[in-house]
Design a protein around this ligand. Structure first.
Ligand SMILES: Nc1ncnc2c1ncn2[C@@H]1O[C@H](COP(=O)(O)OP(=O)(O)OP(=O)(O)O)[C@@H](O)[C@H]1O
Ligand SMILES: [Mg+2]
Length: 265
């Protein structure tokens, strides 16, 4: 496929004049409560540009909440969130809209627009949000469909595709916005087992061939081991352990991590 259709994240030249990879995402002292349930408790962490970071941890530990905060689907009760040097929280609505353009997300449920063709699903936001011409958006979409192995499905409707194919369209749709950050939340959990590998292969390919920053929640530990620069182990809304995948998966420090991994591996 032509390389110009691969995601080319725009870097912030003021922040990063030498083009060296700096910090792209920073959460500082982020607290999120639902009623009196404190889901994230003064959480601090950062992700450098171009890195692939995987969040693991038991159900209810706050992994999806972090991704939802970054997507501005939720607001923290306390703390600050910064993306590419610009504050996402607290921030004005205008600033939030600007920063949001840097972030793409793929969920467990693909949420494609059922009444639109595959091609239109991918071109819609680049045209309406980024202001691309229809031709530019179509060219970009076709390149991405090629990347996810669905070049022949432009005119299909989502209901005519398998779950794995729909999820690959959802990945192409997120990449069409050329986000700097791709958030992935258990993107293979809703798929039949035989469709999982195809989607993970596409993500491996994206991790290898682009410099997009990935923040990924997954129970696919082999995939996490392959693509991650860093793994963060969550428990009760805190990072209890972090390190390279080799370290976390083969020689974790904490019993809690060991116990969690033995339950999922
Ligand atoms: N909209 C909401 N309203 C109330 N409580 C919520 C809401 N969203 C999440 N929670 C609670 O926040 C906690 C963390 O949820 P979150 O979805 O972040 O967990 P998770 O680590 O992604 O879990 P899983 O592995 O099951 O997806 C849970 O206790 C959950 O019940
Ligand atoms: Mg979750």
């Amino acid at each position: 496929m032509p390389t110009d259709t691969l995601p080319q994240p725009e870097t912030n030249p003021e922040k990063d004049p030498a083009g060296s990879a700096g910090e792209l995402i920073r959460l500082e002292q982020v607290t999120k409560r639902f009623g009196n349930n404190t889901v994230l408790d003064h959480l601090d962490f950062s992700v450098d540009a171009g890195k692939h970071v995987t969040l693991i941890g038991p159900s209810g530990s706050g992994k999806t909440t972090i991704l939802r905060l970054l997507m501005t689907l939720l607001k923290p009760d306390e703390g600050t969130i910064t993306v590419d040097g610009q504050q996402l929280f607290p921030a004005s609505d205008k600033q939030v809209r600007e920063v949001r353009k840097k972030i793409g997300m793929v969920f467990q449920q693909f949420n494609l627009f059922p009444n639109m063709t595959v091609l239109r699903n991918i071109t819609e936001a680049p045209v309406t949000v980024l202001g691309l011409s229809k031709d530019e958006a179509v060219e970009r979409a076709k390149g991405l469909l090629d990347l996810v192995g669905l070049a022949d499905k432009c005119d299909a409707h989502p209901a005519q595709l398998s779950g794995g194919q729909q999820q690959r369209v959802a990945i192409a749709r997120a990449l069409a916005m050329r986000p700097q950050v791709l958030l992935l939340d258990e993107v293979t959990s809703a798929l039949d087992p035989e469709l999982v590998a195809g989607v993970l292969d596409v993500l491996r390919d994206i991790a290898r061939s682009t410099d997009i920053t990935m923040l990924c929640v997954t129970h696919e530990m082999n995939f996490a081991r392959d693509i991650s620069d860093q793994v963060l182990m969550f428990d009760h809304g805190r990072i209890i352990e972090s390190g390279t995948p080799e370290k976390i998966f083969s020689d974790p420090e904490l019993d809690r991590t060991r116990e969690f991994l033995s339950a999922v591996l």
